[in-house]
Design a binder for this molecule. Structure first.
Ligand SMILES: [Zn+2]
Ligand SMILES: [Zn+2]
Length: 210
């Protein structure tokens, strides 16, 4: 499995590119500004087809480029609780930065708790981790021992809970019940900042510790 991260504009949001080099297929997790061109050049250089865009949640900084993926025929997936944010991202304009252009898009496949996906020949399980955003999702790749966690948890941090639909108690519950129940060695790839692990956060997260 080929995995690459890019921290993209305009506020340093991570996009992840995952490719199965044997099957020549790839998918992307989250779409900040510039994610499409970045993913396209990676998939072209690897000779891979871009199969899917997985969205960890509907916040504006994670979906700015999603319409490019949709227009290119890439299957876009997310949670229905964030439907409004995907289709009308301008509703979050007052929480963004000036001069941003928002373009809505349609989700091709809604995802839900405990759903099993096989994308680009890579198996993963979908977990709902609300609290930062109502439609927050986690993608757990058991074989690869890693998870894409969006803004639910960061390296020594957690997602903010003061945005519409945010709730600290719900987020805390998501982290304790879902994230901290993954194997300790699981690498966590967040929506912002460097990667971490389940064990490191259990021991050192200043907000939610076991
Ligand atoms: Zn967010
Ligand atoms: Zn974010």
């Amino acid at each position: 499995m080929f995995l690459e991260c890019a921290e993209l504009q305009p506020i340093g949001t991570n996009a992840y590119f995952v490719a199965n080099e044997d099957l020549k297929q790839a998918f992307v997790v989250d779409a900040p500004l510039g994610a499409f061109a970045w993913a396209k050049s990676l998939s072209d250089s690897l000779g891979c087809n871009l199969n899917a865009l997985l969205l960890t949640h509907g916040h504006w900084d994670h979906i700015l480029d999603a319409h490019h993926f949709a227009e290119a025929g890439v299957k876009v997936m997310g949670h229905e609780a964030d439907k409004l944010l995907f289709e009308n991202p301008e509703v979050m304009a007052s929480f963004s930065i000036p001069g941003i252009e928002f373009k809505g898009f349609v989700i091709d496949q809604w995802l839900e708790e405990n759903q099993h996906l096989d994308i680009a020949g890579i198996e993963m399980k979908v977990l709902e981790v609300p609290g930062h955003c109502p439609g927050s999702l986690l993608f757990y790749l058991k074989k690869e021992s890693l998870a894409f966690v969006g803004d639910a948890i960061f390296n020594r941090g957690i997602g903010r809970c003061d945005l519409p639909g945010g709730n600290f108690e719900i987020l805390k519950n998501s982290i304790l019940k879902k994230i901290y129940s993954l194997p300790n060695s699981t690498t966590l790839y967040s929506g912002h900042g460097p990667k971490t692990s389940v064990l490191a956060e259990k021991q050192e997260n200043p907000f939610v510790r076991l």
